[in-house]
Ligand binder design. Structure first.
Ligand code: ADP
Ligand code: MG
Length: 266
């Protein structure tokens, strides 16, 4: 469904070139919940923006259902890390969620309203529709951003470290919300995080990235039961094995996927 092939991105700023992403290839099948994990600055946001059609790759390509992505596509929605900046403060919650739907000309006003109410309900915010974003806590604002993406009914939902700025309790709740929505709605989700535990807890699959210039370091199938909960899953010996594996991969990751340099040789 989503094909990333040999993706490369070089930023060109003031005559200085930064090779953020060197060579990324991976595939998402319909209904996948895949987590991408990699160190800060390794190009996760760059990758997501290329997939969403918001940035043009320097090399390689992104295919959605076989068609090359060259600009924002109706089948994709993104939840950004900086939710504080992604909601319009002068619009009520309901209007924020409804806004992108107005681009879908085929939807009647009535249908738009239904989608908005369903999405707010799904994230537990049916009561907050008439509030302004700044009247809500960080966790609630992020749920509004998730509701906005859900209402849009994307084929692929891209999430860029969406919970990095909320407290641990809220974060656990939002993680469970993502798994529940994935199971109920059968969406395809690509979830980006720098948090190894979060990646293993959430994902059916974890793709580990090297440090920048970035390549795929490792791909892992998470063979934990679909039924997950914060307490039991995280203390499951298999969970601990899997997180240790990913941790080692990140420890061993070399920029550009080059060979590890042994202390004696350096
Ligand atoms: P991550 O999301 O994994 O933290 P980013 O994709 O934000 O990483 O950044 C990857 C690398 O690209 C970093 O070295 C960053 O400094 C650089 N970078 C990101 N955006 C730009 C830009 N607009 N111009 C130049 N360099 C950039
Ligand atoms: Mg980022």
């Amino acid at each position: 469904m989503l094909d990333v092939r040999g993706l490369r991105k070089v930023y060109d700023g003031h005559g200085r070139q930064v090779e953020a992403v060197r060579d990324l290839t991976f595939t998402l099948e319909p209904g996948d919940l895949t987590c991408l994990v990699g160190p800060s600055g390794c190009g996760k946001t760059t990758l997501l923006k290329c997939i969403a059609g918001l940035l043009t790759p320097s090399g390689g390509e992104v295919l959605l259902d076989g068609a090359r992505v060259t600009g924002p596509r109706p089948g994709m929605a993104v939840v950004f890390q900086e939710y504080g900046r992604s909601l319009f403060p002068w619009m009520r919650v309901r209007e924020n969620v409804e806004l992108p739907l107005k681009q879908k000309k085929s939807l009647s006003k009535q249908r738009r309203r239904e989608l908005v109410e369903d999405a707010l309900d799904a994230v537990g915010l049916s009561e907050a529709g008439t509030a302004y974003p700044w009247q809500l806590s960080g966790g609630m604002q992020q749920r509004v951003a998730i509701a906005r993406a859900l209402a849009y009914e994307p084929e692929v939902l891209l999430m860029d470290e969406p919970f990095a700025a909320v407290d641990a309790q809220t974060r656990a709740g939002l993680e469970d919300l993502v798994r529940r929505l994935w199971r109920d709605r059968g969406m395809t989700i690509l979830f980006v995080t720098h948090d190894i535990d979060e990646a293993v807890y959430l994902g059916q699959r974890v793709v580990t990235l090297s440090a920048s210039p970035t390549v795929v370091q490792d791909q892992l199938t998470v063979d934990l039961p679909d039924e997950r909960d914060q307490l039991h899953t995280r203390s499951d010996p298999r969970f601990v094995e899997l997180r240790t594996h990913v941790y080692e991969q990140i420890q061993n990751a070399r920029p550009g996927g080059g060979p590890a340099v042994s202390p004696a040789a350096s």
